[in-house]
Design a protein around this ligand. Structure first.
Ligand code: NDP
Length: 606
């Protein structure tokens, strides 16, 4: 490597790679905790009140005892896109069961001020072409995305059969009748020929296990249940007038806090942001959509072209142009430039990893320099700098978050990786000092890495009485992330063991939904009662996944977080949380071929 090829700081001085590696290790080590993922509190008992739906009143209804062709558990994007494809395939009765009061999933719950998609709307919002919607901004805000969910629900006639404010409690396969029995917390007990599930990767709010958390006498809520009754304002950004003069604590500085802190900073008397690990915050550069430009690009098939282009650019494939041009594609563009610059003899996995590390060092130096350029107080700027690789934690993009710390009423309380010490009746204790506040807002995220059945809220009993929790005791096992042997006529809609495209979750769901609709259509047209993946096909798929390079996410060298099981070896369970070894683009192409062939290799129709 020549001096000119070395990663540089924004001022062009070369980066001392060894010093950076040392610094990253030190910062990681001080955050490692013996309790790992157990540090978080489950919201049961008295804490279950944090889960109450503040948005829609629950209305009484009669329990269902009928039969439907397809039941889908979860009314977020997974249910909507799969439901849409099933309707297109001619399945008239698709019943979506949803614990929230409407469609939307994550966008139903997360109505905090400033909520906005982090992936460009043109690829993030599914079924834009089918529903004829033009996103109003490059990164649409929460209310528009929630409205789009409703639009999909109406367009594909999914409301009529939907059951809202309903939680599935049990799923049982009835082999004698080849159907699933579904029991819910609303007294329903109905049957379905097929069940599909998209219960979401991040949907069970968690609280930090801070001593004294239940003793606080002031007001408190989790960001995914925003209490506009207390704060004033609304999800579209109206000022939170009731916070004027109030002292508010925000606990956590992840992607959610990055989006809501600027709004709180403008509204509160005093805002204390409690930080354990800073997020990396790159440029957002949002802008309204120019309708004339949109009319030019929105020719038939446009969204599929954009999806393929984004995925190709983001996952290191080849594409002549970069349509989205944002922070996500920038990560991959830089890595690709470094790798293609390697002499042919240097195209080894080690050299490619080194090229990745160089590119990451360069990017993170820029992100740290951005903090210095924006944050006026040097001490606050120092504490806001992230010392880890960009993909160690969720990359954030925002043009008002760092600026918020320049407002006189906004205070960063950095805990030097230790976290909040205690919560008292009156406030929050960190680094030995008590901060008295009127309200604590927990931006503390969602359960990840806990058992699937615990997060889903129900177990499944498949063929021969086998429970899913038993089948997956050592980790998830599927074909394509969708089919599980022993669980006929059941489909999972989620990214793992499929494309595992983290930068655009809905794309994973749309492709899975399309494949499932084709399978259901094939089964119904052929008069088959059951469809099930063979044991051999499932085993072969798992073997293929484990033969791959794994994922860049979740390295044990990273600072602890939900990407890497809080820094603890995730074992086989973690290693099974991967995608197709040849990448997301190749997976989507493979799945297309697999379903289009009509043979559905690996599935048994009977
Ligand atoms: P996260 O899990 O990312 O963040 C939780 C925060 O709480 C972290 O900063 C964590 O610190 C902090 N925390 C936990 N315990 C303590 C403690 N004891 N003391 C102090 N701080 C503590 O949750 P988010 O809700 O921010 O985001 C979850 C995910 O949701 C994102 O990663 C992203 O995938 C998705 N999301 C997507 C958005 C979008 O697309 N627009 C917007 C928002 C979220 P530490 O980092 O040290 O663990």
């Amino acid at each position: 490597m020549t001096v000119a090829d070395r990663p540089t700081r924004p001022d062009d001085t070369p980066v001392d790679k060894e010093a950076l590696r040392r610094r990253y290790r030190q910062e990681r080590d001080k955050r490692l905790r013996p309790d790992g993922n157990d540090q978080y509190l489950r919201l049961t008992g008295g804490l279950a009140r944090y889960l109450d739906d503040p948005y829609t009143p629950k209305t009484p209804r009669e329990p269902k005892t009928d039969h439907v062709t397809v039941a889908f558990i979860g009314g977020g994007f997974a249910g909507l896109v799969t439901g849409a494809r099933l309707k297109e395939a001619g399945v008239g009765d698709v019943r979506i069961i949803e614990k929230g009061g409407d469609f939307g999933g994550t966008w139903y719950w997360n109505r905090y001020p400033g909520a906005q998609c982090d992936t460009a709307s043109f690829v993030y919002m599914p079924l834009l072409e089918e529903t004829g919607h033009m996103p109003t901004e490059k990164y649409a805000h929460g209310p528009e995305i929630l409205e789009h969910c409703r639009r999909i629900g109406k367009h594909f006639d999914l409301y009529g059969d939907a059951l809202f404010h309903t939680e599935v409690k049990d799923l049982e396969w009835d082999g004698t009748r080849s159907r699933w029995i579904i029991r819910t917390d609303r007294g329903d007990e109905f049957t379905a020929r097929f069940v599909a599930m998209g219960t979401g990767p991040l949907h069970v709010p968690k609280l930090p296990g801070i001593p004294g958390i239940e003793s606080f006498r002031g007001h408190s809520f989790h960001t995914s249940r925003w209490d506009y009754g207390y704060t004033g304002g609304d999800p579209s950004g109206a000022p939170m007038d009731r916070l004027a003069g109030k002292r508010v604590a925000v606990i956590g500085t992840g992607a959610t806090a990055v989006q809501c802190v600027p709004h709180l900073a403008r509204a509160c008397g005093e805002l204390y942001v409690f930080q354990r690990t800073p997020s990396s915050v790159d440029v957002r550069d949002n802008r309204p959509t120019d309708p004339e430009w949109f009319a030019r690009i929105a020719t038939p098939g446009w969204q599929r072209r954009w999806l393929e282009n984004f995925t190709a650019n983001q996952t290191g494939g080849t594409a002549a142009e970069d349509l989205v041009m944002d922070g996500w594609t920038d990560i991959a563009r830089r890595v690709r430039a470094r790798i293609t610059a390697l002499p042919p003899g240097d195209l080894t996995p080690e050299k490619m990893l080194e090229a990745y590390e160089d590119s990451d060092f360069e990017k993170m130096e820029e992100i740290r320099a951005r903090v210095d350029a924006i944050v006026e107080d040097p001490e606050t700027a120092r504490k806001l700098k992230a010392w880890y690789g960009q993909l160690c934690k969720r990359p954030c993009f925002h043009d008002e978050y760092l600026q918020a710390y320049n407002l006189p009423g906004t205070h960063l309380v950095d805990t030097d990786g230790k976290g909040v010490e205690r919560i008292t009746e009156a406030g929050v204790v960190a680094a030995g000092r008590e901060y008295e506040v009127d309200c604590v807002i927990y931006a503390s995220g969602f359960e990840v890495g806990t058992d699937h059945t615990r997060r889903a809220g129900y177990d499944m009993t498949g063929r021969d009485g086998v429970r899913l929790s038993e089948r997956w005791a050592e980790g998830m096992r599927t074909l394509h992330g969708i089919h599980v042997h022993g669980f006929p006529n059941a489909f999972f809609v989620q990214p793992a063991q499929g494309a595992n495209l983290i930068s655009n979750i809905p794309h994973n769901l749309t492709e899975a939904g399309r494949a499932i609709a084709l399978i259901v259509e094939h089964a119904l047209a052929g008069g088959f009662d059951e469809v099930e993946v063979t044991r051999e096909a499932e085993d072969a798929w798992i073997e293929l996944l484990l033969s791959g390079p794994g994922t860049l996410l979740g390295s044990p060298d990273c600072t602890p977080g939900y990407y890497n099981n809080e820094g603890r070896d995730p074992g086989l369970r973690g290693r099974l949380n991967v995608g197709y070894p040849r990448g997301a683009m190749a997976y989507f192409a493979y799945l297309d071929r697999w379903s289009a062939s009509g043979a559905f290799e690996g599935l048994e129709f009977r």
